[in-house]
Design a protein around this ligand. Structure first.
Ligand code: SAH
Length: 347
């Protein structure tokens, strides 16, 4: 049986575990504080716990920490891309970005991905496994430790489909925002899905207070199915029903990500169709000129075409932003850093 990872447990669960071992309740609070507030790298560091307890915990339980394998720093805007090694040897990517309102970290939710989006590098080798809540938290804690700083926003937009790892994602959000732990406000957490409509509704029912985002990338079923296999499972109608359910249930605005691909989804006709699809909804469209991936052969539209697309939506009263390109000198689209690393390792 897998060993229990202490960093995966909520405070009530940790309390149950420690009292079960014959320890006082406050020891759980101390341990939780060391893990999630002080972000200790090891159990040995937790000096207000008796040595015998530290020894016992180290022997009986896992304590996930990540190892930095690669760190790329942008000379343009300070963006940092990290490759971290997990305890089982797999590697994942995380990104730290500086904005005027603070520092944002983009984390992975799975090793690889099985959603198969045609423009995305993360999915090329398929899904290896889900990340645990501890492994998602540790991406943030590692970056905070490395920079000696606190970050202000977390976006679950790295490799993987977060709603395909639903239970761990929900656990992660709960722990990240817990007052006894890292205490990051729900409002500063964004979760992006490729459009698992059923799961999106379940997420709405939990009403976690997080910011939802859906990767749309096409204005109709036909085009979306060519780009994203998930669109064969859930039609545009089903996806939009789930989106409306989410907005209604939680009162939050939905962000739609739309990666612009030259001569495919960037035409005037697409803009018109997108307007018809989204009009009247409490939403924001985030346009992302597609990041060319060597294996995929997609190109970005010429600069002015991105603006033309934006203006068309704006004129129709839809909120639009163009994703600011971060760290263009260290640019590796989602999943490319890990892919290159693994290819080199294979030789
Ligand atoms: N699986 C989730 C979150 C991870 S991807 C989702 O699909 O939303 C984060 C965003 O980057 C998604 O909108 C994804 O479609 C987009 N993306 C992936 N590869 C890209 C590329 N090469 N260029 C532009 N956007 C890309």
């Amino acid at each position: 049986m897998d060993r229990i990872d202490l960093k995966n447990l909520t405070l009530p669960e940790l309390t149950e575990l420690l009292t079960g071992l014959g320890e006082k309740k406050f020891r759980a609070a101390q341990l939780y504080d060391w893990m999630h507030k002080k972000q200790a790298c090891s159990i040995a560091e937790m000096t207000n716990l008796p040595e015998a307890l530290r020894k016992r915990l180290s022997e009986q339980f896992d304590y996930t920490v990540l190892t930095k394998v690669v760190e790329l720093v942008s000379e343009i805007d300070g963006t940092r891309k990290y490759l971290f090694r997990l305890p089982d040897g797999n590697v994942i990517e995380s990104v730290r970005m500086e904005y005027h309102h603070g520092i944002s970290v983009c984390i992975s939710s799975q090793v690889g991905c099985r959603m198969g989006c045609s423009f995305c590098a993360s999915t090329i080798g398929g899904l290896v496994r889900n990340l645990s809540a501890a492994e998602m938290l540790e991406q943030i804690y590692s970056i905070e430790r490395l920079g000696g700083e606190k970050i202000s926003n977390v976006v679950v937009m790295g490799s993987g489909e977060p709603l395909d790892n639903f239970d761990n994602l929900v656990r992660f959000v709960g722990m990240l925002s817990s007052e006894d732990g890292r205490n990051l406000s729900h409002r500063n957490i964004t979760v992006s899905t490729c459009g698992l409509a059923d799961r999106l509704k379940e997420l709405a029912d939990l009403d976690l207070g997080i910011n939802p985002a859906v990767s749309l990338h096409a204005p109709n079923d036909e085009m979306r199915r060519k780009l994203m296999p998930v669109a064969k499972r859930y039609s545009m109608k089903e996806l939009m029903e789930a989106v409306d359910y989410y907005i209604e249930k939680t009162g939050r605005r939905m962000t739609f990500e739309y990666s612009l691909i030259r001569d495919q989804n960037d035409t005037n006709a697409c803009a018109r169709e997108l307007i018809t699809l989204l009009k009247g909804r409490n939403c924001l469209v985030n346009l992302i000129p597609v990041n060319p991936v060597k294996e995929r052969g997609f190109e970005r539209p010429a600069g002015p075409n991105v603006q033309t697309f934006q203006k068309k939506l704006e004129k129709a009263g839809i909120n639009v932003t163009i994703r600011r390109e971060m760290g263009s000198d260290i640019n590796a689209a989602c999943g490319q850093l890990r892919r290159h690393y693994e290819e080199e390792a294979k030789g």
